[in-house]
Design a protein around this ligand. Structure first.
Ligand SMILES: [Zn+2]
Length: 122
C-alpha cells in the first residue's frame, strides 16, 4: 500500500486514518496513567509515557558521570573526609559540596559525621 501524495484527494483522508490508528494503539503509562505513544504499532505501546521514561533514564544514570563515578569509587574503600574527596577529585572551584549534596539527595552516599562521607550500602 503506497501513501497518497500531498495534494491528492486521498491525502487528507489517509492522514486522518493514520492519526486514528495511532490513537487506537496508545497505551497508559504505568507510573502516571498518561497516554503513551501509539507510533510503534499495534500492541507495541511503551509501558511508560515520554516524561516518566526520561525520568527513569535519568535515575538509572545517576552516579555514572565521570566525576561522580570517580567519587563513588573513592568511597568504596570506606569513609572519607570532605577534604580528601576534594583533593582526590582535583576540584579547585568549590564544586565539591554540589556533588556531595546531589549524591546525598540521590541516596548514593551517606554523611557519617561532620564532613565525613561513605557510600550508601543500600
Ligand atoms: Zn508517565
Amino acid at each position: 500500500m503506497s501513501a497518497a501524495r500531498p495534494g491528492s484527494p486521498n491525502y487528507q483522508r489517509e492522514l486522518a486514518q493514520a492519526r486514528a490508528r495511532k490513537e487506537r494503539y496508545r497505551g497508559a503509562c504505568e507510573e502516571c496513567d498518561a497516554p503513551t505513544t501509539g507510533c510503534f504499532g499495534h500492541s507495541k505501546a511503551p509501558s511508560l509515557c515520554h516524561t516518566c521514561s526520561n525520568a527513569a533514564k535519568g535515575v538509572a544514570k545517576r552516579g555514572s558521570g565521570t566525576t561522580t563515578s570517580a567519587l563513588l569509587g573513592f568511597l568504596d574503600d570506606g569513609e572519607r573526609r570532605w577534604i580528601e574527596i576534594r583533593d582526590h577529585l582535583g576540584i579547585t572551584n568549590g564544586h565539591t559540596a554540589n556533588i556531595l549534596n546531589r549524591l546525598l539527595r540521590y541516596g548514593l552516599i551517606v554523611r557519617v559525621g561532620h564532613g565525613r562521607y561513605r557510600r550508601n550500602p543500600a
